[in-house]
Design a protein around this ligand. Structure first.
Ligand code: ZN
Length: 562
């Protein structure tokens, strides 16, 4: 069966609710472990159907946001998902109170119960009005950003429409495009400050109502962090400051020289080579053909997986009118199918998104056996799978980039090093925010700018008063939408870099480790996962030092090409 033949029907919420609560009642009344486990299977089947409908509807909406039918379905699901969440909350609570909990841990995994526990801690019907208010404020932020109508070069653009100009070869043009972008944020400064102020206050209130000291602990619980805390994350940030920041600064300095500039200004940062970045040497069909060859050669497991994706038409890669922006991977429960969504645009990002999303898809494909809906990988673990796949496919990059391969690898590896300090800046900022909920708007901006000086000392804002005052984070949507979601990318990145190093030493061994971390799905916590993969925890002092020299060496070798 192909994706287009997968059947979508809107479930009947009232009926589902009655059935699900009925199953929960039977779970409560079960007299034996086996009886209870049988009822839990019934719950899985029902939840799987609900999830399938939700996913199919969402994929088809993002493929064509102008489709009237799926547009209505989206509106329906936006309203209905929170109602289902409440049922799953009751379900989790019931299982946590089961007299057979110990035995169930063996069948459903310890991780299942840890996550259920966090779910219970971070929600209570008492905070529903505040949660609605929080969602409301997030929507206000999204709409405010989306509302940007910027007149530039005779056209009316939104923020993402400006992006190509902010990366232009013509320095004057990219400066102008950046200026006009930050003028927009400056113009909306009071409004954004006000939305953020309300978000911080409402989150603080929710946390206190739920019995937390402040929002930090609740933020960690919402991010489903079962085995690390703010102190451990701080230790990782310290390693980044000590080992990665100096290397990133060196990279920016070399970039400045390569571009023959007196000063590398903020609008030059993303501009790597005066003769342009590496681009794939063919169109999307050509990329797909080469990707097929690559995954056939990489391993028997990836070969089987990728053929499955192609045969069932589970990838929608090309940009089309009406298609949503971005890229993602999801899983269609009843059909046991991963799905990859992307917007190819002719840049090296096409290959990144291909290998990255295929990493996510390969993981869900390998862990189909788990069979527990809702037990997904936690965020940082999921990114380990995807970011590591980007590096496992390095030996095949010649297929896509030909004579530009060294350039691609340099940008990819160097990009990881430049990204991590930015990621910890976002994280440290959020700790400041929620530990100091009463800080003023200008104290918040100063705190951001101070953190930039610590982790991103290369930043040169001499031509922008707004950025010099600490306004950069206005455009970082995670800070508004999903607090504390960001360190995850940096934790995963340092793990992926370890896989990169391990595969240089012993490719077969590293690949086996990768399979071992991928096929357990959501049944392991982040640190349990790393142990299976022979990866040093980012929270241990020796983590960053274990890879940094190897990376520096590789960047030097690749850098000799230009
Ligand atoms: Zn990802």
């Amino acid at each position: 069966m192909k994706f287009s033949q997968y059947q979508y029907t809107r479930p009947n919420y009232e009926e589902d609710r009655k059935n699900f609560l009925g199953i929960i009642e039977e779970i409560k009344n079960s007299q034996s472990l086996d009886e209870q486990f049988q009822k839990i299977q019934d719950a899985h089947v029902l939840r799987g159907h609900i999830q399938t409908a939700m996913t199919l509807s969402s994929i088809r909406y993002t493929i064509n946001t102008e489709d009237k039918f799926y547009k209505d379905e989206k509106t329906y699901w936006d309203k209905t998902i929170p109602l289902y969440e409440e049922i799953f909350f009751i379900y989790n609570k019931t299982l946590l109170e089961s007299p057979f909990k110990k035995e169930l841990e063996e069948r459903l995994s310890k991780q299942f119960f840890r996550l259920a526990q966090l779910n219970i801690k971070s929600f209570s019907p008492e905070v529903i009005p505040e949660l609605q208010e929080e969602n409301n404020l997030i929507t206000q932020y999204i709409e405010l950003i989306a509302s940007a109508k910027i007149k530039f070069m005779g056209r009316e653009l939104n923020i993402s429409g400006l992006t190509p100009y902010t990366l232009s070869h013509d320095r004057e043009l990219r400066k102008m495009a950046n200026d006009i972008k930050y003028d927009f944020f400056k113009e909306k400064e009071n409004e954004i400050d006000e939305i953020f102020e309300k978000l911080v206050k409402i989150r603080d209130k929710i946390a206190k109502k739920l019995g937390f000291k402040n929002f930090v602990e609740l933020g960690y619980a919402r991010m489903r962090r079962t085995d690390y805390n703010p102190e451990m994350v701080e230790n990782f940030r310290n390693q980044v400051q000590k080992y990665i920041v100096p290397l990133a600064s060196e990279l920016y300095e070399k970039q400045r020289k390569r571009l023959e500039l007196d000063e590398l200004k903020h609008y030059d940062e993303k501009f790597e080579f005066s003769d342009g970045n590496a681009i794939p040497k063919g169109d999307s069909n050509w990329i797909l053909e080469n990707a097929k060859k690559m995954y056939d050669e990489l391993s028997p497991e990836t070969s089987e997986f990728f053929s499955y994706m192609i045969d069932h038409e589970l990838m929608d890669l090309v940009t089309k009118k009406g298609k949503s922006a971005g890229g993602y991977c999801t899983y269609i429960w009843d059909y046991g199918s991963p799905f990859i969504f992307a917007n190819f645009n002719g840049t090296s990002g096409d290959i990144d998104v291909m290998t990255h999303e295929a990493g996510h898809a390969f993981q869900v494909y390998l862990s189909r056996w788990v069979g527990i809906p809702g037990l997904n990988c936690t965020y940082e673990s999921a990114e380990v799978h995807s970011m590591s796949m980007e590096f496992f496919t390095w030996p095949w990059m010649e297929l896509f980039f030909k004579e530009d391969t060294a350039k691609y690898k340099f940008t990819h590896l160097g990009g990881a090093i430049k990204f991590i300090p930015y990621g910890v800046t976002v994280d440290a900022f959020q700790h400041f925010i929620y530990e100091n909920p009463d800080a003023t708007q200008s104290e918040r901006k100063s705190a951001w700018r101070e953190l930039e000086k610590k982790y991103l000392p290369h930043k040169n804002y001499s031509e922008s008063d707004f950025l010099e005052r600490g306004g950069w984070w206005f455009q970082q949507a995670h800070i508004f939408k999903v607090p504390f979601y960001y360190i995850d990318y940096t934790l995963a990145q340092i793990c992926a870099l370890q896989f990169w190093k391990n595969m240089k030493d012993d490719r077969e061994g590293a690949w086996q480790d990768y399979i071992n971390v991928s096929n357990v799905g959501g049944t392991c916590s982040f640190l349990e996962l790393l142990e299976r993969g022979n990866i040093v925890s980012p929270f241990l002092d020796e983590c960053v030092p274990s890879v940094i020299e190897e990376i520096r060496k590789e960047l030097e070798i690749l850098g000799k090409n230009f």
